[in-house]
Design a protein around this ligand. Structure first.
Ligand SMILES: Cc1cc2nc3c(=O)[nH]c(=O)nc-3n(C[C@H](O)[C@H](O)[C@H](O)COP(=O)(O)OP(=O)(O)OC[C@H]3O[C@@H](n4cnc5c(N)ncnc54)[C@H](O)[C@@H]3O)c2cc1C
Length: 390
């Protein structure tokens, strides 16, 4: 980033991704979703073009770029009506954690498949009873000779049916202190004892969410990412490394979706006439759309700032910016989707115009991967110095 604009290279990347995504477009996406089909063709096309692994080191099949690059890819896909949740998970969370903490052998094994899209990785932290409070997760990993046995349950896990592996957050007993601490394990989706069932969701998307059952899954020693014995906080540090990228990607998913909704609304209100002039001439419609334009641009700027901080290695400053970006982007997307529906009148609710279908996807951005309330808790505590409220 130079000053307040992205580099020419980044802008060109955006144009290229937009071109590829527009050749698929919203119709491809919704048609697949409604037919219960996958968006694998698009996923593999992004992989083939080198965009899926753009943030992964070159020696493992990636593009050697940063989070800012993969975030741009995610946003441009969504802006063409193809918001892909697995972009948040596979290249950004899993790719970052493995690139930073995996052994060379682990990187060789998992990263190339993440880059070309042939071995996507899901991410599983959420549990039915722990919910937002991930300190309370009960999925455990216990030693089994040199390997591990995993047992537990996860919920709302995206894309397990499309994934070759899942990066699972489980707790292990610290050999020295006896305390349970989080660790990350790569679990093949075809492992014995690993099963999943889809959760019927209202989101119009080919990507689905699943309940996951981990019933005594045996794993070799090198399924653990990072050094479990290094220190008691190692697993937590690895987990945190994935959080800023996750928030930046979620923000990009939302700003892209918001741009798509706004573009549709603007195109419609320029055409639709009921009082002898386009309905967009009425300030009652024009002002909310102008507000959305401002809110989206502000959220994009904060997202780019957060990504630039991550790519510069300033994780601490990036934490605040990534949370703020994710909050602002989700709010902008919810408002843009709602205003787009309103701008379309009755057509806003039809499948033909496909606008109402954006509402739930935009709404999900207020809940996942971290809720707006938890971001407000973070900002209250860390940015304002208020007492911890949870
Ligand atoms: C579409 C979608 C995809 C997802 N994909 C994945 C995935 O791939 N992997 C994965 O691990 N998880 C995934 N999730 C789960 C997601 O991260 C959780 O839904 C989210 O973290 C919220 O947890 P919860 O649903 O248990 O809500 P709960 O924890 O039950 O919270 C309910 C409400 O209470 C609020 N709340 C809770 N605690 C506080 C507090 N201290 N202060 C103020 N308010 C509070 C929350 O903000 C929320 O509004 C996905 C969820 C969705 C909707």
């Amino acid at each position: 980033m130079t000053g307040f604009t992205e580099s020419e290279e980044r802008q060109e990347l955006r144009r290229e991704v937009a071109r590829l995504a527009s050749s698929y477009g919203r119709e491809y996406f919704t048609k697949a979703a409604r037919a219960g089909e996958k968006s694998t063709e698009l996923w593999l096309a992004i992989g083939k073009a080198g965009y899926l692994g753009i943030n992964i080191p070159e020696e493992y099949g990636g593009g050697g770029g940063g989070i800012g690059d993969i975030a741009a890819v995610c946003e441009e896909l969504a802006a063409q009506g193809c918001p892909l949740l697995m972009m948040v998970v596979s290249p950004a969370i899993c790719g970052t954690v493995i690139s930073r903490f995996g052994t060379d052998e682990q990187k060789q094994r998992w990263l190339p498949g993440l880059c070309d899209g042939t071995a996507t990785m899901a991410f599983a932290i959420t549990e039915p009873d722990a919910g937002t409070n991930s300190h309370n997760i009960t999925t455990t990993a216990r030693r089994d000779g040199s390997g591990w046995i995993l047992k537990g349950q996860k919920i709302f896990i995206s894309g397990v049916d499309e994934a070759a592996n899942v990066l699972v957050v489980a707790r292990t007993e610290d050999a020295r202190t006896g305390k349970l601490k989080p660790c990350l394990f790569v679990v093949p989706t075809d492992a014995a004892g690993f099963s999943f069932t889809p959760i019927p969701m209202e989101i119009v998307s080919p990507e689905r969410q699943f309940q996951v059952f981990i019933d005594g899954v045996r794993l070799p020693a090198d399924s653990l990412v990072g050094d479990q014995e290094a220190d008691a906080g190692a697993g937590l540090q690895q987990l945190f490394a994935g959080l800023n990228p996750e928030r930046i990607m979620a923000a990009s998913f939302s700003t892209g979706l918001a741009r798509y909704a706004l573009d549709k609304a603007v195109a419609y209100v320029k055409e639709r006439e009921v009082w002898g002039q386009p309905v967009g001439a009425h300030q009652g419609l024009a002002h909310p759309l102008a507000q959305s334009k401002i809110e989206i641009e502000l959220a994009r700027l904060m997202t780019q700032k957060a990504a630039a901080l991550v790519d510069a290695g300033d994780d601490a400053a990036a934490g605040e910016a990534a949370n703020m970006a994710k909050y602002a982007a989700a709010e902008a997307a919810c408002d843009a989707a709602d205003r787009a529906v309103q701008a379309h009148g009755g057509n806003g609710i039809t499948q033909e115009y496909g606008v109402a279908g954006l509402l739930v996807a935009a709404r999900a951005g207020r809940i996942a991967p971290v809720s707006r309330e938890m971001i407000l808790n973070f900002v209250g505590m860390h940015s304002l110095g208020l007492p911890k409220s949870y």
